[in-house]
Design a protein around this ligand. Structure first.
Ligand code: HEC
Length: 256
C-alpha cells in the first residue's frame, strides 16, 4: 500500500510540474523563465539587433504608435522575443504621448525621446556611475540635428520616395524639424507625405540607435555625446542664432 501511495504522489508531482511548465511556456519565452530579472539593475540584457529589421519595425509601427513609442517598440519588441524580461513587462504603448514633440507641443522630436528612453533603460541611468546611456542619447540628438532627414528608405514605402524631400533640422525640436520640412515640401501637417516623412525619420533614428547599441555590446562604443548645459551655462541646443539672431545672450555665471 505504502509503495503505491509514494508512486502516486510522485506521479501527481510529475503531472503538476508538467502542467506548470506548459502554462509558463505559453506565457513566457524559455529564456525569461530561467531569469530572475530586477528591472532597476543595469545594464538590461541586450543582444545585437539588425539595424535594417529594426528600422522596418519602426517605420511600420509609426503608423499606429507614432514616433516615440515606435522607436521603443522597434527595439523592445525584438528583445521581448530574444531575451524576455524585463522587456515583456515594459509598457511600450504607454509612450505614445511622445507624438508631435510630446502631446503635439513640438518640443523634442518623439523619436529622440524614444531613443533616449531605450539607451537609458538598456545601458542605465547616470546614477549608476556610468553616463554612457545618457551620452549615447545626447550623441543621437546631435547626429539627428545634422542629418539630411529622412535618411532611411523603407522596403515598402507608403509614399513614393521622390515626394519626400530631405532637410537638415539643425535642432532636436519637433516643431523646427517638421517645420523646415513642411516649408520645403509644401505639405500640410496631416498630408500622407508629412506623415511618411516622420515615419522614415523614426526609422532612421531606430537604425542609428541599434548601430550604436551594437557597438556598445561589442565593447567598441566611444561616445561623442555631451551635456550642452555644461558647456553653455544654460540648458541649450547648439543652434543659438536660429532663435536669438546675432545677439546670443550670455547666461549669468555661477558667481553672479
Ligand atoms: C529654439 C530657440 C532657442 C534656441 C535654439 C536657443 N535659445 Fe536661448 N532663449 C530662447 C527664448 C525664446 C528665450 C527667452 C527670451 C526672453 O525671454 O527674452 C531664451 C533665453 C535665453 C537666455 C536667458 C535670457 C537672456 O536674455 O539672458 C540665455 C542666456 C539664452 N537663451 C542663451 C542661449 C544660448 C547660449 C543658446 C545656444 C547654446 C540658446 N540660447 C539657444 C530661445 C532659444
Amino acid at each position: 500500500m505504502a509503495k503505491i501511495d509514494v508512486s502516486r504522489r510522485q506521479l501527481f508531482k510529475g503531472v503538476g510540474a508538467l502542467a506548470l511548465g506548459l502554462t509558463l511556456g505559453k506565457i513566457l519565452p524559455p529564456k525569461a523563465q530561467a531569469q530572475k530579472i530586477n528591472a532597476s539593475r543595469w545594464p538590461w540584457p541586450y543582444v545585437k539587433l539588425d539595424p535594417k529589421t529594426t528600422a522596418e519595425l519602426a517605420y511600420e509601427s509609426w503608423y499606429h504608435l507614432y514616433c516615440g513609442a515606435a522607436v521603443i517598440n522597434s527595439v523592445f519588441s525584438q528583445l521581448r522575443k530574444k531575451v524576455g524580461q524585463p522587456y515583456l513587462s515594459f509598457p511600450i504603448k504607454g509612450f505614445m504621448f511622445a507624438e508631435g514633440g510630446v502631446a503635439g507641443w513640438g518640443t523634442i522630436c518623439g523619436s529622440l525621446l524614444g531613443a533616449n528612453i531605450v539607451t537609458n533603460l538598456i545601458i542605465g541611468p547616470r546614477l549608476t556611475g556610468n553616463p554612457t546611456g545618457t551620452l549615447m542619447g545626447s550623441e543621437i540628438m546631435q547626429w539627428y540635428t545634422e542629418a539630411k532627414m529622412p535618411l532611411y528608405v523603407p522596403k515598402n514605402p507608403k509614399v513614393s520616395p521622390d515626394k519626400i524631400p530631405h532637410t537638415v533640422s539643425n535642432s532636436p525640436l519637433c516643431h523646427i524639424s517638421v517645420g523646415k520640412w513642411m516649408k520645403k515640401a509644401h505639405k500640410a501637417l496631416h498630408s500622407p507625405e508629412r506623415r511618411d516623412r516622420c515615419a522614415r525619420v523614426t526609422a532612421s533614428v531606430a537604425y542609428h540607435l541599434v548601430e550604436l547599441l551594437n557597438l556598445w555590446k561589442e565593447g567598441k562604443y566611444e561616445t561623442e555625446g555631451e551635456f550642452p548645459s555644461g558647456e553653455f551655462g544654460i540648458t541649450a541646443q547648439y543652434n543659438c542664432e536660429d532663435c536669438h539672431g546675432e545677439n546670443v545672450p550670455e547666461p549669468p555665471g555661477e558667481e553672479d
